[in-house]
Design a protein around this ligand. Structure first.
Ligand SMILES: CC(C)(COP(=O)(O)OP(=O)(O)OC[C@H]1O[C@@H](n2cnc3c(N)ncnc32)[C@H](O)[C@@H]1OP(=O)(O)O)[C@@H](O)C(=O)NCCC(=O)NCCS
Length: 173
């Protein structure tokens, strides 16, 4: 990947650019759900991580891609992910997902879930390349018109998190 790309937590100022990318590259042909106010709420939400991939362009940083994931107790949901068309196949999508996977492992998450439009072959190949498996087709998931494909990536066996380290009992050497 080009080393000028930086991955960072999204800030309030990124909300508009992210929302436009979602409208144009994820929700195209559907009604626009992830508009700027909704993205701004996601950026502030304590159970969500929204990432921005940026690159210096002139005197400002240009948004090249973004990802949003919601963290539950054991499951995380990769809600949104997109890279600008002119910057695809540079490893930016992989870098965003790797960042989220590392955070999920640290948070003790057992599995990552996502839905994508069933006709989206590029995303399907992308997620397969990153170790996700297809689970089920959900007819009419998108506005009753389009099917969704669900995919999953297991990070550990479900159930309580095994404690890797325990403090020594008091009085023991
Ligand atoms: C899916 C998407 C995020 C991938 O982003 P990207 O930055 O181009 O992906 P990467 O460069 O990190 O690709 C990693 C690997 O995924 C696979 N891959 C990515 N795009 C692919 C494509 N169009 N066809 C086949 N394989 C693909 C390849 O194995 C690739 O590795 P390689 O380039 O070394 O062969 C991007 O195509 C996109 O924004 N699509 C529109 C929005 C979307 O579909 N989002 C996902 C559903 S919400």
């Amino acid at each position: 990947m080009n080393t000028d790309i930086a991955i960072r937590l999204a800030e309030a100022d990124d909300a508009h650019g992210i929302a436009v990318m979602s409208r144009d590259h994820i929700e195209s042909g559907l009604s626009w759900k992830y508009d700027a106010p909704r993205i701004a709420r996601a950026i502030r939400h304590r159970d969500m991580v929204v990432l921005a991939a940026t690159e210096p362009e002139g005197r400002r940083d240009a948004l090249r891609g973004f990802a949003a994931m919601e963290f539950g107790e054991e499951r995380a949901h990769l809600t949104l992910l997109a890279v600008q068309p002119a910057h695809r196949r540079r490893g930016i999508g992989r870098c965003l997902v790797d960042w989220l996977l590392e955070s999920a492992v640290t948070a003790g998450i057992a599995s990552i879930h996502l839905e994508l439009r069933s006709g989206n072959q590029a995303a399907r190949r992308f997620y397969r390349a990153l170790g996700f498996s297809e689970t089920v087709l959900v007819p009419g998931y998108y506005a009753g018109r389009e099917s969704a494909l669900r995919m999953i990536r297991m990070l550990r066996s479900p159930g309580p998190l095994p404690l890797a380290w325990r403090p020594p009992a008091l009085g023991q050497k």
